[in-house]
Every structure is written in C-alpha cells, then in structure tokens.
Design a binder for this molecule. Structure first.
Ligand code: MN
Ligand code: MN
Length: 316
C-alpha cells in the first residue's frame, strides 16, 4: 500500500533525502551537513540540538509529488532535486566535547570531502563559531556575505578565540577572502572595536537603516556578477519577534520577506559555493518549534531559489 509519509514518521533526514554515511560515495549535487556544536556559546547552550530540530521540521515540507509549490509565484522549487536524489544528508560531524580544535579539524575535513565530490555544502549549525572551520575548507578565493545582528568580530583576548563571537575575526584573516559584507548589524551590545575594525579592514557593514535604503537586492551590489560567494546566516538576523528559540535575538531585525528576498537576489546573481544556517536553540524554542521551522524554511527556500537560478543550471 502507498505510504503517506507523515512528517512525524520515519527517520529524520533533511527533506527526507537519502542518508550518505560515506563522503567517498557522495553523488548528489547538494550535501547537507549537521554540526551539532555549541561550545562557542558563552550564554545559554542548546544550539547543538539544532541540526536534529531543523531536520525534523524540514520533513514537514516533504509530500505529494515532491518539491515545494509556491502559490505566490506558481513555481515548484526543488522538485527536480528531490525527485532525482540530488540532495544527500551527510549526517553530523563528530563532536569531541571540550576538544574544540579537534572538532574544528573534523568540521573542516568534512566540508573538504563534500567539496572534493563537487557538491554544494549546506551546513546546519550549531552556534556561529562553526563558520570559521567551514570557510577555511574552501581553497579558492571567495566573498563572504554574513547575515547577523552582530559582527561576531571579537578580538582574541582573555585566551578566547573560538566563541560564536569570533568567527569573522578568523575569516577576515584568511588569504582566500575577497571581501566580507555583514548585513543586519544592529545590536547595542557591540564595542566600537568590533564594528569600526571591520570597516577599517576594508569590509562592509550594512546596518538596518542602510539595508532598508538599499533594499534586499542591494546588499550584494558591490560583489561582481557571478563571483564565488559563501553565505552565512545567523537566525538572529531576523527580528526578535520571529525567533523565540534564539538566545541572541535582537529587536529591529529583518522580516522573513526581507531575508528571503536578499538571499534570492544573491542566488540569482552570484555563484553561491556553500552556505550555513546557525544559532537556532531548540531548548529555548516554543512548543511548536517555530524557530526551527522558520530555520528550515529559510534553508529550503534559499536552496530552492539557488537551484532555480540560471547560474546553478549552468554549473550542473
Ligand atoms: Mn552570529
Ligand atoms: Mn548574532
């Protein structure tokens, strides 16, 4: 008899994609990798539970003929990819509690293995510290576009280097970085050095007022057409009212529509070589798991727009 595959049945993989335990056998275009790491969270832990929560909620988008039909645009996203096994779930990076540098090596290695197979890494964090070991896996030059309420650009003092506030200090030191743009920056908990030094290093900060002036398509306008770019999305880029399951939520953030449209503009014009989505904390989330649901929604819709772009079709 036909199965109805309700979202709460079966073993959760991202979008119910086939599980690929051995990267050497990876044959998909898109490789989803969980990084259940939150030792970079100095306040409340729990984002280590996010890859599972995001997978759970992604199952709610699977049904019918495959793909996601958008009543607004009358397009079906990801149908080709979902129906032809072009998405693989690689499971999670092995985590070595308190051995942060060892875990980070394992993260970099896992991303390198995905890149070696020619697949697009889609990274589910975890806290934002993981973006550093992910981005260092890329050997070719790239731009980084970073959506966040915070610059995550803390100086390395007091022996601290690997918190979720340090990732972009590491990334700006990489010889592969062509330019960093930080979008949605607004928290009043910054120190001047964590903002001013980003710009002094030649990078770009787009505050909320500037975001609203530029519009969603304007945030990547300075990145050349077709350039390689990595996108890092902290769920706290979105407004506090949308993300109860995020410890660092801030007021005056992006609406879902603003984030979606900014990501869609990036997908249509740039060569996205990987992206991450971080900082959902299921231990803080409300009973319906709306923050994890919204997170899965962001990842799936961005991926759908990416796969619908002419750039992606040309690459595959
Ligand atoms: Mn962040
Ligand atoms: Mn943040």
């Amino acid at each position: 008899m036909d199965r109805t595959n309700r979202a709460f049945t079966g073993i959760a993989t991202f979008l119910r994609a086939p599980f690929c335990a051995d990267p050497a056998t990876l044959n998909a275009d898109i490789a989803v990798l969980g990084i259940p790491f939150d030792e970079g969270s100095p306040f409340m832990p729990g984002s280590r539970m996010a890859p599972r929560a995001l997978r759970e909620h992604s199952m709610r988008f699977v049904g019918g003929a495959g793909g996601l039909y958008d009543p607004e645009t009358r397009r079906t996203l990801l149908a080709h990819e979902m129906n032809n096994g072009l998405i693989a779930d690689m499971g999670d990076v092995d985590i070595r509690p308190t051995a942060v540098e060892v875990t980070f090596e394992l993260i970099t290695e896992a991303v390198q293995q995905i890149l070696a197979r020619g697949a697009l890494p889609v990274i589910l964090g975890g806290d934002h510290s993981i973006t550093y070991p992910v981005v260092r896996a890329f050997k070719e030059p790239l731009y980084v576009l970073h959506f966040d309420a915070h610059t995550d650009y803390q100086p390395f003092v007091h022996g601290l280097k690997y918190t979720n506030s340090h990732a972009f200090r590491h990334i700006t030191a990489m010889s592969t970085l062509l330019g960093l743009t930080q979008i949605g920056i607004r928290s009043l908990r910054h120190s001047p050095e964590t903002v001013d030094e980003v710009e002094q290093a030649g990078h770009r900060i787009i505050s909320m007022n500037e975001f609203r002036r530029l519009g969603p398509a304007g945030v990547s306008a300075h990145v050349p057409d077709g350039a390689r770019c990595y996108v890092s999305i902290d769920v706290d880029a979105m407004d506090m009212s949308l993300v109860p399951g995020c410890v660092s939520a801030e007021p005056n953030g992006l609406s879902y529509t603003e984030l979606r449209d900014a990501l869609a503009a990036i997908a249509s014009r740039l060569n996205v070589v990987g992206f991450d989505f971080v900082e959902v904390n299921p231990l803080l989330d409300v009973g319906t798991g709306v923050t994890a649901y919204l997170g899965a929604h962001v990842v799936i819709e961005f991926l759908g727009n990416l796969c619908a772009s002419p750039m992606w079709k040309k690459r595959r």
